[in-house]
Design a protein around this ligand. Structure first.
Ligand SMILES: O=C(O)c1ccccc1NCC(=O)[C@H](O)[C@H](O)COP(=O)(O)O
Length: 284
């Protein structure tokens, strides 16, 4: 079954549908291989949770940076051939990133929970598990691998699933980042009782192209409501230059997630430093 609640409102694009189809098979296999007792054991020996939201808010950089660790993506293929997750994460931290986003999806992004685990033990900043979460068991696995926050994509979850998954994430002491890329989903998320961090994805779910004006459009539409509710807003996808950073900061977001443009640089520490320390030009 593919989330009738979501399809009912607006058609799910084929490509995202395909990802979710494979994710459901992966989750079914995961559940077959796992016992409740072994999951409990893993959870009880998991590293303590670090405060993702506070790390973003206390950053000296505005907007603060969540730097993404990913080897490839199905829409842009291989991004970083010399991919070494821990080395990349350490360089990001030295450069000034407040938190890291670790892509754990294997099939479409060549990520893995082992990347999350390895980084957790070697790098002392909070970690977001970036995956297509469709079942609570993935949230438990993310926590046991050392995640401090988990991404929930509004477009692939019903309202009921969003509420239940948020409850699991908070129960485990983590932060939830709820991703939206249109006003319909932003309004659904604003109706939830306890959304604390929202990420505006500038990427289309049908052709996976990015357009940072999506951040501006959604902020213009709901800025005062977001501020009134004290929600921390992130912009992600397609942010490449200091000008782009300035553009989304002026739209009102406090944080950005950046991956590809940093990962294409040879010296990641320098790339992050240059980005965060650049004097942002003012947009009109
Ligand atoms: O956001 C998703 O839908 C997603 C979920 C799990 C893995 C990857 C996913 N999408 C790709 C991204 O999230 C981007 O990599 C991220 O926003 C960074 O963008 P960029 O700077 O353009 O690499």
């Amino acid at each position: 079954m593919i989330y009738p609640g979501t399809i009912h409102n607006h058609q799910m694009p084929v490509t995202l549908q395909e990802i979710i189809w494979h994710k459901k098979l992966e989750v079914a296999k995961m559940q077959q291989d796992m016992t409740w007792a072994s999951l409990q054991r893993q959870l009880s020996s998991a590293p303590t949770v670090r405060d993702f939201s506070t790390a973003l808010q206390q950053s000296i950089y505005k907007p603060s940076l969540i730097a993404e660790v990913k080897k490839s993506s199905f829409y842009h293929s291989l991004i970083r051939p010399d991919f070494e997750p821990v080395t990349i994460a350490q360089a990001y931290k030295r450069g000034g990133a407040s938190c890291l986003s670790v892509v754990t999806d294997k099939k479409f992004f060549q990520g893995g929970f082992d990347h999350l685990r390895a980084i957790r033990y070697r790098v002392a900043i909070p970690l977001l598990c970036k995956d297509f979460i469709i079942d609570p068991c993935q949230i438990y696995l993310a926590r046991s691998a050392g995640a401090d926050a988990v991404l929930l994509i509004a477009a692939i979850l019903t309202d009921k699933e969003l509420k239940n998954f948020l409850r699991v994430i908070y129960y485990l002491g983590m932060n939830a980042i709820i991703q939206v890329n249109n006003l319909h989903d932003l309004d659904r998320v604003l109706e939830l009782e306890d959304a604390r961090i929202i990420s505006i994805n500038n990427q289309s779910y049908s052709d996976f192209s990015s357009n940072i004006h999506i951040t501006q459009e959604l902020m213009d539409a709901r800025r005062s409501q977001l501020q009134k509710l004290g929600i921390l807003v992130i912009s992600e996808s397609g942010i490449e230059t200091p000008e782009d950073l300035s553009f989304v900061a002026e739209a009102g977001v406090q944080t950005v997630i950046m991956g590809e443009s940093l990962l294409k640089e040879h010296d990641l520490e320098l790339a992050v430093k240059n980005l965060l320390q650049s004097k942002f030009p003012i947009h009109h």
